[in-house]
Design a protein around this ligand. Structure first.
Ligand code: ASP
Ligand code: MG
Length: 322
């Protein structure tokens, strides 16, 4: 078996929120399959989680469910062929049915987490269907079977073990499309990781599958000192230390889920923040202070495979000799 680098690719809501953007995502994943073994994590279509938040409180749930149905059916209409659309719509219908049952006045307080989780449960099979249609063997994965929470927090050890054994048994020819944000507790009930939680999911999967890198694809080409759309002269970070990014993020400076960097930080996995609108851009590379030997070996093998024999970093022996 040839050596294959595993990479986690995470796509946020705006990346999967329009037909044009979805096509760019497919193109990116297709390109990656040539060079590595991707594990994909997706958010809900943009705006969908906000609608679901409204749904939990709404006095007119049917109108919101109708909007959600239309949004996904329209998207399926525009990107899927007849056969995939048929499969996807059947899946969509079963989720919408469960959603309707969950948002009755009697049930919805207890089932709020399930209601919020539906965005990702509806997006992952759509992305998987589209990829399969263009010849990538893709499979939607419901992360509720792999991410375990207890009393509102992720049980990191159980989650790591679940992801590891799932991945060990997954055919390397299958590209998994994992639902971000969603989890389940020890009673088998659906739970969620908190807003922006797909980044945390991606980080947990990067750790669990032993990824050499996590590419976080969004609609801004990197991390900035302030919101570039609002603050004139905001500067872009080309590089950040993972340790710094994690600390800043914990004090909400980077606006990601508060625990998003924990798993990748502990596993020393580089993160690359990139834009689906401008994939040729540099983005922001977030590097651990030290590259663990495992990742360095992967990178060397990858370069050797591509015919490069340049030294990419001082090797450990010569490094420690100084
Ligand atoms: N869809 C969820 C949210 O909007 C999770 C995510 O996008 O990361 O918060
Ligand atoms: Mg989102």
């Amino acid at each position: 078996m040839s050596h294959q680098l595993v990479k986690v690719l995470k796509f946020g809501g705006s990346s999967v929120g329009s037909e044009a953007s979805l096509q760019r995502v497919v193109h990116i994943i297709q390109g990656e399959t040539a060079a590595c073994r991707p594990v994909v994590v997706v958010s809900a279509l943009s705006g969908v989680t906000n609608l679901l938040v409204d749904l939990v409180e709404s006095s007119d749930p049917e109108s919101i469910v109708g909007q959600l149905a239309k949004r996904h059916i329209d998207m399926a209409d525009s990107v899927l062929d007849q056969r995939r659309k048929y499969t996807y719509l059947r899946h969509l219908e079963s989720i919408l049915e469960e959603l309707r049952a969950a948002c009755t006045p009697k049930n919805r307080a207890d089932r709020a987490d399930f209601i919020l989780a539906c965005g990702e449960l509806m997006s992952a099979p759509l992305v998987a269907g589209l990829l399969t249609q263009v010849g990538v063997v893709a499979q939607a994965i419901d992360a509720r079977t792999l991410v375990r929470t207890e009393s509102g927090f992720v049980d990191r050890e159980q989650t790591r073990n679940l992801i590891q054994s799932w991945f060990a048994n997954l055919s390397r020819f299958v590209v998994p499309i994992v639902t971000g944000f969603v989890a389940s507790n020890e009673h088998g009930e659906t739970t969620i990781l908190g807003r922006g939680g797909s980044d945390y999911t991606a980080s947990l999967f990067a750790e669990g599958v032993g990824a050499a890198k996590l590419d976080r694809w969004t609609d801004v080409d990197g991390l900035y000192t302030a919101d570039p759309n609002r603050v004139k002269g905001a500067g872009k970070f080309l590089f950040l230390l993972l340790e710094d990014a994690s600390t800043w993020n914990e004090s909400s400076a980077l606006g990601m889920h508060v625990e998003a960097f924990q798993p990748v930080l502990e596993a020393c996995i580089p993160v690359h923040v990139r834009s689906t609108r401008f994939p040729q851009g540099d983005g922001t590379l977030i590097l651990p202070r030290f590259l663990p030997h495992r990742i360095e070996k992967d990178a060397r093998a990858q370069l050797a495979h591509a015919g490069h024999h340049t030294t990419i970093a001082p090797n450990r022996e010569s490094y420690s000799a100084h």
